[in-house]
Design a protein around this ligand. Sequence first.
Ligand code: UDX
Length: 442
Amino acid sequence: MKLSVIGCGYLGAVHAAAMASIGHDVVGIDVDQRKVDALAQGIAPFFEPGLPELLKDGVASGRLRFTTDMCAAADATVHFIGVGTPQQKDGYAADLTYVDAAVDALLPFLKPGDVVAGKSTVPVGTAARLAERVTPTGATLVWNPEFLREGWAVKDTIEPDRLVAGVPTDGTGRADADGERAADVLREVYHTAVATNTPFIVTDLATAELVKVAANAFLATKISFINAMAEIAEVTGADVTQLADAIGHDVRIGRRFLGAGIGFGGGCLPKDIRAFSARAEELGRGESVSFLREVDAINLRRRDRAVDLVVDALGGSVFEKRITVLGAAFKPHSDDIRDSPALDVAVRLRGLGASVVVTDPEAIPNAKAKHPQLTYVEDRDEALTDADAVVLVTEWDEYRRQLSPEHASSLTKGRIVVDGRNGLDAAAWRAAGWSYYGMGRP
Ligand code: UDX
């Protein structure tokens, strides 16, 4: 099939490359010339495992092209919208400027029978509004949310755990004729996943939009729930990691996303729960998701907690202390520093007068551009040298599994480790003579 993918960021670039890898003829379109130039040469503009290989293969096969020229969409019959929906500068709501601009630019190239599939995370009601513009061209607008996780984006795109297609309905919630046809077109696009019986759920437009924000709201709530338990553990001497293990054995609860620590960040969960709150307010149902404000507040408090732990561990002041911060990315397997709790902790420690040295296997260039006031050292061991305290904030294997306390002792001056992700073996670090401080642990 001939596909266009509009917006070539984390979502669109991976989607374009993945669709080419399963046999489609794909053109990725973006307004950013530099990004397009890199992608056209098979170079990933961000760190995502597996993406460089997919890009190279796709470009070499001739099935994957990138351009800034929207005319290229004219040949395609299915058009994916994968542009960003960041938080508005002056509020909680999502900024839909890029989605609207993408649809406007695409309109002149749409033909009767084309399918426009929105993938961006949008406030419920956006698709119905966009459909009013798309339908007069004879094309059908559907919403096909994307659930990929950074770091696993290629696998999540090619082998998703479910596919959701929000399509036009007849007013009783059933797909109308255009909706049925568009759903079939998406089944053909995702033929490999459909062939392996991946659940394919056809809904109306509003449900599909809500599925995505509800999923992210649930994940954020799960993390903040366990972090709230960490706060209680901290005043009772309990251990939140054991608590999570114990409740996680209940299959109704499950252990995943019960990792207590410095909380969630990134380009999705924080802005998506805020946009959801803002949209619910607009709909007169703010109270239905008012708990998301609490989820956000708990999450942000954990960053304060990590900073307080470091200050206390160093005797009440970090002034002129050398602190090595292990990690800058918002999570491992990513170079993304958007709303990164790890960098936030580093910046705050520096603000308190510490001499902060940050290391990260992938995120240093992005971190340096955003926070040039911090010192960055690529080599982990060099970063650890002479540290008064070590703070783990992104649980890369390089720090969690491959750094032994004995080796760390041979490099640092102090023996204080603050484990912002509860990723280290506390007993092993203590046995090696370190003062270990976890999050929500004795
Ligand atoms: C998220 C959703 O998981 C994905 O489905 C959606 O498409 C986009 O948003 P992503 O932003 O890549 O994906 O990150 P995710 O793996 O969900 O992690 C989000 C944050 O939560 C990270 O900062 C991570 O460190 C943190 N986290 C995760 C915890 O603090 N504890 C956990 O137990 C799990």
